[in-house]
Unconditional design. Structure first.
Length: 80
């Protein structure tokens, strides 16, 4: 009887561990994706700041006014 009970408990523990692994993967994936987006926004806004400081004709070429570019460049990386 005790082997049956021990086998049942270990099977339950394995099931719980697998379930926890599955639940943590989407959170990990979400976090990694969020960090990638934030990093990309940070690079883009840094590039916009450089364009604002240097070249008005390049801003005009991509269809942005100086004010629009400054507004976007000054946003924190976590804002859309």
């Amino acid at each position: 009887m005790s082997n049956f009970l021990a086998d049942g408990l270990s099977a339950t523990a394995r099931t719980l561990t697998r379930t926890a692994d599955r639940r943590s993967r989407p959170l990990y994936s979400w976090l990694l994706g969020t960090l990638r987006v934030w990093s990309q926004r940070n690079r883009q806004r840094h590039t916009l700041r450089l364009l604002v400081e240097r070249d008005d004709y390049l801003l005009k070429d991509i269809g942005l006014s100086r004010d629009d570019a400054l507004r976007e460049a000054n946003k924190p990386f976590w804002q859309r």
